[in-house]
Ligand binder design. Structure first.
Ligand SMILES: Nc1ncnc2c1ncn2[C@@H]1O[C@H](COP(=O)(O)OP(=O)(O)O)[C@@H](O)[C@H]1O
Ligand SMILES: [Mg+2]
Length: 384
């Protein structure tokens, strides 16, 4: 902490002494406020931020020790240096017991005082760093995915998606019937025919969206398509990129490869992994701007492979990062997002015995890491 960043409050009833010390500290670059008694000092602390209080012990009105106690009670972070009269060591010791940083006896040597102030400021800086670290750890914990909760939500939403498919099919069919009716000759004389067609179109669009959601939740995997076998992640990535060719070209996106030797062959479920890659790559494409860069990597990691899908796009805010794997969490518009991509990706990777996590800096980009075992051990139940 530089001298000018330290805010001092000087509380002393001897005007001459207080002003002289104040002047000298100001000269050394400190920002100094002054109060002639404890009450005034406390009032000033409510209005101005202060790091260190220099407090006279012997004052009329509120005593130094009482002022000290009150300051500590209201502003625990403020450090206090007591000034005691000559041969009044007991005051100093009482002060330290009540929470003072240290005490000096009058008359005060200015360099000595300055030294003490800097030590006190050092303590404040240390406390601030400790607090920052605690906040950081707090944020990190929130970022962790609550796997059990997601698994429960997964089971439930798959059930709901399944149940919704039947009524959805009926709505869809009935809408088709109504649409056919609008073609009948007797409908030509119906004055509200256009409004009716608009309404039908709205229903059709909503059915499409609901379908998209149920398909994503159910994973639309045909039994024979889901199969465990040898697969090459690079080939699979390339295949997925070609599915997204149009979006990649529209934004002029560049693909970088970082592949460690032999780190692309694993035993897993091609169909499921392709689904994960589509979800991650679509998000990356959405996140980057024109000429964005997407970096795809595979490297060895313990007994598995660590695959990375990294983009230099908008990034994810700390406020959202703990929610992105939740079902239906989306920051995209109604047409663009369902909020199911990452939820489904997480569910699949978990079923395949792997892990998925994210690192992101707002404004800089994000990287989704998928860790997969080299060999699939069939101790997990495949999603239906
Ligand atoms: N690569 C990324 N860059 C920035 N934000 C992302 C990225 N991937 C996911 N997100 C955030 O996570 C949210 C959820 O993603 P997802 O589950 O795929 O649903 P959707 O893409 O339909 O919104 C997105 O709306 C977005 O806010
Ligand atoms: Mg998505």
């Amino acid at each position: 902490m530089m001298n000018e960043a330290i805010h001092i409050l000087l509380v002393d009833d001897e005007d001459g002494f207080r002003e002289a010390i104040g002047k000298r500290l100001t000269k050394r670059g400190l920002s100094v406020s002054q109060a002639p008694d404890g009450m005034t000092g406390l009032e000033m602390l409510e209005k101005t931020p202060v790091d260190v209080v220099i407090l006279d012990v012997k004052m009329p009105g509120l005593s130094g020790i009482d002022t000290l106690r009150e300051i500590k009670r209201r502003h625990a972070h403020i450090q206090i240096i007591l000034l005691t009269g000559n041969a009044a060591i007991t005051d100093g010791i009482a002060g330290i017991k009540a929470g003072a940083f240290d005490y000096l006896t009058k008359p005060v040597e200015i360099d000595h005082l300055l030294n003490k102030i800097q030590q006190a400021a050092g303590i404040i800086r240390m406390e601030q760093e400790k607090q920052k670290e605690a906040e950081y750890r707090d944020r990190l914990e929130k970022k962790m995915i609550d796997t059990d909760r997601l698994a429960a939500l997964g089971t439930m939403s798959t059930g709901v998606a399944h149940e919704i498919n039947n009524p959805l099919a009926i709505i869809s069919e009935a809408t088709g019937v109504i649409k056919q009716m609008t073609l009948l000759p007797e409908m030509d004389s119906f004055s509200r025919k256009t409004a009716m067609l608009t309404a039908i179109e709205k229903i059709e669009n909503s059915i499409k969206r609901a379908r998209k959601i149920t398909l994503q939740l159910l994973g639309h995997v045909k039994k024979q398509e889901s199969q465990i076998g040898k697969l090459n992640l690079k080939d699979l990535l390339q295949e997925t990129l070609s599915l997204l060719q149009k979006e990649l070209e529209d934004k002029n996106i560049k693909i970088h490869w970082e592949l460690e030797t032999d780190a692309t062959t694993i035993e897993s479920d091609t169909y499921q992994i392709r689904q994960v890659l589509i979800n991650l790559l679509s998000n990356a494409i959405h996140a980057v701007g024109q000429k964005g860069i997407i970096t795809l990597s595979c490297r060895h990691d313990n007994n598995g492979i660590l695959m990375g899908v990294k983009d230099d796009g908008i990034g994810i805010s700390p406020k959202n990062i703990g929610k992105i794997f939740d079902p239906f969490f989306t920051t995209k518009s109604f047409d663009e997002g369902t909020g199911l991509g990452l939820f489904v990706a997480h569910k699949i990777i978990q079923t395949l015995g792997g892990e998925i996590r994210v690192e992101s800096t707002p404004g800089k980009g994000s990287c989704f890491y998928v860790r997969l075992p080299k060999f699939f051990h069939n101790n997990h139940e495949l999603p239906k």
